[in-house]
Design a protein. Structure first.
Ligand code: F0G
Length: 401
């Protein structure tokens, strides 16, 4: 049905070999299906509920999946913001509406199911927060232990709360995410835990369904698909999914894959701008959008291809632009997202101002995580509640009535 293939040297490995990198050259692996043997039709998919598992023929899981009804997230037309920007066809796919409040659940339903399929007894990840929350949730559902490594003091409180409450063993390291990932990778290789960061090629399989769903919801191929980029797994996953649909003859062109990074944490954007063959890691990434505070995106190799091959773009946004868009989405569209998520739409606002994109384009921005993930950043931006005595005159006074 499928095997693993190195994206650099093309070496193939059997599907049940537990590997995170090519044994020959050390580069990333991808899941390769024998698409000519997959006979599913669009009509079959359309009969099923909108969810990750609608597309199960293009997923590697062969057991009953560990599932909490992930995917099936809303695609909103950004009418007001689109009008302001002069973009009549601007949409947001709200991934904050997943079970744990981020798109990571799409990857974890598949990843944790694969852990069971491969007979692994425990799972682990490093995380800027959302991956750890999602892993904790799905490990709980599967009934297996999870270990998560977080950069101390740099994870939004809602995400830590989730990881703790769902019963993961939570370790905070005095170092950044990039270091946490190196450590957990080593731990998994030496101690047999199943690694569920996005270098795990199976996890990305679940995430590609964001693109499939958006296509089904829009009823046509978007011209541009925009994602906030941290480790660059999600943009790579969505691109891979579109390629598969094209190979199966379901679509005849690919959206322009567009990645947005925070200015203080933007090695991928730099590589695209300067036409570098590979990303040069940033040693001290910094941004208010802690979810994408990542200096060495492990999936950069795949993401560079996704952007370059589709004629896409990569752009940075400042923390101020991110927070302004977080407020605008909340107040003008009723869409509550965490800062990293606002980066995709903030990026479009910048690109349209710069004249880099066409006003007629159909644009899908993925907003990746829920507002409540990071309540502290929300509270800091808003006026506090007005506290009054419990009587009507005080209320009228407070309301200037
Ligand atoms: N948006 C949010 C809310 C995220 O949590 C992440 C990544 C991204 C965007 C970027 O996605 O890494 O695939 O490019 N969060 C990871 C984590 C790193 O540990 O939760 P990417």
């Amino acid at each position: 049905m499928y095997h693993l293939v190195c994206v650099n040297c093309g070496t193939t490995y059997p599907a049940d070999e537990i590997l995170y990198n090519c044994k020959k050259c050390g580069h990333l692996l991808a899941v390769k299906y024998h698409l000519d043997t997959i006979t599913v039709t669009k009509a079959t998919w359309e009969k099923r509920p909108l969810s990750v598992w609608r597309y199960r023929e293009l997923l590697p899981v062969q057991i009953e999946p560990v599932s909490l009804a992930e995917g099936g997230t809303p695609l909103y037309h950004l009418k007001r913001l689109g009008e302001e920007m002069g973009l009549p066809h601007l949409y947001a796919k709200h991934e904050g509406m997943n079970p744990s409040g981020s798109f990571k659940d799409r990857g974890m339903t598949v990843g944790v199911s694969m852990a069971l399929q491969l007979k692994k007894k425990s799972v682990a990840c490093a995380s800027t927060g959302n991956t750890s929350a999602s892993l904790a949730v799905y490990a709980a559902k599967a009934g297996i232990p999870a270990i998560v490594l977080l950069p101390a003091g740099k994870v939004a409180v809602g995400k830590v709360a989730q990881a703790l409450m769902h019963g993961a063993k939570v370790i905070s390291i005095r170092g950044n995410f990039d270091r946490a990932l190196e450590m957990v990778h080593e731990l998994c290789l030496t101690h047999g835990l199943y690694l569920l960061n996005s270098i795990n090629p199976f996890r990305l399989e679940g995430q590609k369904t964001i693109g499939f769903e958006a296509l089904d919801q829009l009823g046509e191929i978007p011209d541009r698909f925009v994602l906030p980029v941290g480790n660059a797994g999600n943009i790579s996953a969505v691109y891979k999914g579109f390629l598969e649909l094209q190979e199966m003859g379901f679509i005849n062109r690919l959206p322009m894959m567009t990645g947005i990074q925070a200015e203080g944490s933007s090695p991928l954007v730099r590589a695209i701008r300067e036409k570098l063959p590979e990303v040069i890691p940033e040693l001290h990434p910094e941004t208010v959008a802690t979810a994408i505070r990542i200096g060495a995106p492990v999936n950069a190799e795949k993401a560079l291809i996704a952007i370059r091959k589709t004629g896409g773009l990569a752009e940075t946004v400042t923390d101020t632009e991110i927070l302004q868009m977080q407020r605008d989405l909340a107040r003008k569209e009723g869409i509550g997202v965490e800062p990293a998520s606002a980066a995709s739409v903030a990026g479009i606002r910048k690109l349209i101002k710069e004249g880099m994109i066409d006003r007629d384009e159909r644009i899908v921005c993925v907003v990746t995580g829920h507002l409540l993930k990071d309540p502290e950043t929300v509270i800091k931006q808003c006026e506090p509640p007005i506290e009054i005595n419990a009587d009507l005159p005080s209320l009228l006074y407070a309301l200037h009535l």
